[in-house]
Ligand binder design. Structure first.
Ligand code: ATP
Ligand code: MG
Length: 589
C-alpha cells in the first residue's frame, strides 16, 4: 500500500526544534520521523518506524546469516543476577531501578550479559553444545547523565546485543572474528562511512575490544589513526609509545627555587627563561615541566577518593581518557573545599614531594608513561611561589603507578610504527569485545570439556546501536534541505509528487503509483490537493527518499521528471515506460 501524504500521520516542520543541536536531531524531528516524549525518550512516527525497521532488518539478516539465534528477553529484570555480577552497584545512577508491589528490587535492563549467561547455564552443560551465539534486538534503558542529540544518545534506545559462548580462548577468537565479519557486512549495508578502532574494554575485562565508529565531525568519540600504518584507536584506548630511560648521572642535585607568582605553566616557563636560563642554550618549554592535576574519583559505592595525575606540562589531562581508565568510578573536579581538607596541597605549586600514598597528602599519584626513569622535570615545591628544578624521575621521586590520561595530539608518534598520528571524530555504532570469564564466573556457567572436566565458559559481547544507527545515517547523509536516505534504509523506494490542480495529473500519478506497486516497489505518494508545488518539493527534499518522481505540467508532453535526491540530477522520462525505468533505477542502485 502506497503511503499517501493526504492521510499519512505526518506534519513536517519549517522551523528547527529549539533543543536540537545536531543535524540528525533537527532533521528527524522536522521531517516527521520522531517526536520527543520526555528528555532522552522518543516516539517513532510512521516514516521513522519504517526506517527503523529497515535498519533492524539488515542487522537481523546478517546476524541470522552468521549463525546467531534470536531470542528476546524482558526489559524488566530482577536485581539478583546484577547483584551477583556487582553491576547493580557499579552502574550507580545510570540504571533505572524500581520496586514491585512486594518491595522487591527490579531494574530496566541497560544491557543483558547476566541474563544470557543464566539462560545458557539453565540449558547447556557440555562443550559439545558450543560455540553458541545468541542475540536479541531490544529496548535498553540507561539514565544517561547527558542525554543529547535526540536518538543519538537516548535514555531509552534499541540495541542489538549478541553474546558468544565458547569452551576456550582459542575457540573464542573464532567467534569474535565471525562477529567482526558480520559487523562489517552490517555497516556496509547500512551505507555510512565508518572506521574500526581499538577500544577500551571498560569495566568488562578481557582484551580483544574494537569499536565501529561512524565518522562524523560532531561525534562524541575521538579516534586517532596512523598516517602510515593501519593502526587506529579510540583516544581512550591509545597507549603512548614509552620512551627509553634517560641517563642522568650528570644531572645536578634537585634544588628548590623561589618562583613567585607562577601558578600556571605559562607564567612558570616565562619566569624560568627570565631567571634560570638553561645551560644548553635552548629555552625552557612547557614540556620541561611536570603538571600535577588533582581530581576526585567517585567510586560506584559512593566513596570519594582524591587522585593526583602527573603529566608533562605541555599536555592536558583528557577527562575522557582518565575516566576510561578508572571505570566504573567517575571523575569529578577537586573543589576549594577539597583543597581545604587537604592542607598539604598548595594550589598552583603541587609537587611529588607531598603526593603519593607514602607522602604527606596520602593521595594516590599516577604518572604519565612518558615520565620515565631518569627524565628531568621542573615541578611544584609544595610551597607557595616555589618550584623544584632538576627533579629526576626514579632518583628523586616515584609515583604509585602510571596512567594513560594525558591528551593525545595530532603528530604524536604511532605506538606501532612511530609515524605521526592524526585525529578525527566519530559516533560509536558498535562494540565487539571479549568478556572473558567475568560473567560466567560470577554466575557459575560451566560445562564439561572433552576430558570430562568442568570448565568455565568464555564469553564475548557484541552490541550495535539500532536506534542510534538511524541518527548516524542522517548525520552522514543530509544537506541543508533535508535528509538523503541510502536506498536500503529509505522509508520508500520512490517519492511520487503530483503537482497542480489538473485532475488528469492526479489520475496519471495514481496509475503510475499502482504500476510501481505492482512491480513490487514501495511508494510515498504526495497526493495532497491544494498544496503548492513549492511546499511539496520542499517536503520531498526534507523527507529524503532518494528518488523523487514529479508528475505535473510536463505530463502534457508525455513525460514525468525523475530527480535524484543525492546528486540533484534530473531527467525527463516517458510516462508510458516510467514503471520499468524506475524499477531499473531502484534495482541497479
Ligand atoms: P557510549 O560510549 O556511546 O556511551 P557504550 O560504550 O556505553 O556507549 P555499549 O554498552 O557498548 O555502549 O552499547 C552498545 C551500543 O549501543 C553502542 O555501541 C551504541 O551504538 C549503543 N548505545 C549505547 N548507549 C546508547 C544510548 N544512550 N543511546 C543510543 N544508543 C546507545
Ligand atoms: Mg562501548
Amino acid at each position: 500500500m502506497a503511503l499517501r501524504m493526504s492521510t499519512l500521520f505526518l506534519r513536517t516542520l519549517r522551523e528547527d526544534p529549539v533543543d536540537a543541536e545536531v543535524p540528525s536531531h533537527r532533521l528527524l524531528v522536522r521531517a516527521g520521523y520522531i517526536r520527543r516524549a520526555a528528555p532522552g525518550i522518543y516516539s517513532w512516527l510512521p516514516l521513522g518506524y519504517r526506517v527503523y525497521r529497515n535498519v533492524e532488518r539488515i542487522i537481523r539478516e546478517e546476524m541470522d546469516a552468521m549463525g546467531a539465534q534470536e531470542v528476546h528477553f524482558p526489559a524488566l529484570l530482577p536485581r539478583e543476577p546484577y547483584e551477583a555480577s556487582n553491576r547493580w552497584t557499579e552502574y550507580g545512577d545510570n540504571i533505572f531501578r524500581l520496586k514491585d508491589r512486594k518491595g522487591a528490587d527490579h531494574l530496566l535492563g541497560p544491557t543483558h550479559e547476566e541474563m544470557f549467561t543464566l539462560l545458557v547455564k539453565d540449558l547447556y552443560s557440555s562443550y559439545k553444545d558450543l560455540p553458541l551465539y545468541l542475540y536479541q534486538i531490544q529496548t535498553k534503558y540507561r539514565d544517561e547523565p547527558r542525554p543529547r542529540a535526540g536518538i543519538l544518545r537516548g535514555r531509552e534506545f534499541v540495541m542489538k546485543d549478541s553474546y558468544s559462548f565458547d569452551v576456550s580462548d582459542e575457540a573464542f577468537m573464532k567467534s569474535y572474528n565471525a562477529h567482526r565479519d558480520a559487523y562489517i557486512r552490517i555497516f556496509d549495508r547500512l551505507g555510512f562511512d565508518y572506521v574500526i578502532v581499538a577500544a577500551m574494554s571498560g569495566a568488562m575485562g578481557g582484551s580483544a575490544s574494537e569499536e565501529f565508529l561512524a565518522t562524523a565531525e560532531n561525534g562524541e568519540d575521538t579516534y586517532v589513526r596512523c598516517t602510515s600504518c593501519d593502526y587506529a584507536a579510540n583516544v581512550e584506548a591509545v597507549r603512548v609509545a614509552v620512551p627509553d630511560p634517560v641517563p642522568h648521572d650528570d644531572v645536578p642535585d634537585v634544588h628548590a627555587e623561589h618562583t613567585p607568582d607562577t601558578p600556571t605553566i605559562e607564567t612558570l616557563v616565562d619566569h624560568l627563561n627570565a631567571k634560570f636560563p638553561r645551560h644548553d642554550g635552548r629555552e625552557w618549554t612547557a614540556g620541561d615541566t611536570l603538571k600535577n592535576v588533582v581530581v576526585t574519583l567517585v567510586h560506584a559505592d559512593g566513596r570519594r577518593e582524591p587522585l593526583a595525575v602527573g603529566v608533562p606540562g605541555d599536555r592536558e589531562v583528557d577527562l575522557k581518557r582518565l575516566e576510561a581508565q578508572v571505570l566504573p568510578a567517575e571523575v569529578e573536579p577537586f573543589l576549594e573545599t577539597d583543597f581545604a581538607a587537604n592542607p598539604a596541597l598548595v594550589k598552583g605549586y603541587i609537587g611529588p614531594g607531598v603526593l603519593g600514598e607514602e607522602n604527606a597528602s596520602g593521595i594516590r599519584y599516577l604518572l604519565d608513561p612518558r615520565v620515565v626513569e631518569g627524565s628531568r622535570w621542573v615541578t611544584g615545591a609544595d610551597v607557595e611561589g616555589s618550584h623544584v628544578l632538576d627533579l629526576v624521575s626514579g632518583r628523586d621521586f616515584a609515583g604509585d603507578g602510571t596512567i594513560e590520561a594525558a591528551n593525545v595530539r595530532d603528530g604524536d608518534p604511532c605506538p606501532r610504527c612511530g609515524s605521526p598520528l592524526e585525529s578525527a571524530r566519530g559516533i560509536e555504532m558498535g562494540h565487539i569485545f571479549q568478556l572473558g570469564r567475568r560473567f560466567a564466573e560470577a554466575l557459575d556457567l560451566r560445562v564439561l570439556d572433552e576430558h570430562g572436566k568442568l570448565v568455565t565458559v568464555t564469553m564475548g559481547s557484541y552490541g550495535v546501536g539500532v536506534s542510534r544507527a538511524v541518527a548516524a545515517i542522517v548525520e552522514n547523509s543530509h544537506d541543508q534541505d533535508g535528509i538523503i536516505w541510502p536506498r536500503q534504509i529509505s522509508p520508500a523506494d520512490l517519492h511520487v509528487v503530483a503537482t497542480g490542480k489538473d485532475d488528469a495529473v492526479f489520475s496519471a500519478a495514481e496509475r503510475l503509483v499502482g504500476g510501481l506497486e505492482d512491480a513490487g516497489l514501495s511508494v510515498l505518494y504526495d497526493d495532497r490537493r491544494g498544496v503548492s508545488p513549492g511546499v511539496k518539493f520542499k517536503d520531498s527534499e526534507l523527507v529524503g527518499v532518494p528518488t523523487i518522481v514529479v508528475v505535473g505540467r510536463r505530463l502534457a508532453d508525455g513525460v514525468v521528471e525523475v530527480k535524484d535526491r543525492r546528486t540533484g540530477e534530473r531527467e525527463d522520462i516517458p510516462v508510458d515506460s516510467a514503471v520499468e525505468h524506475l524499477a531499473r533505477i531502484v534495482r541497479d542502485d
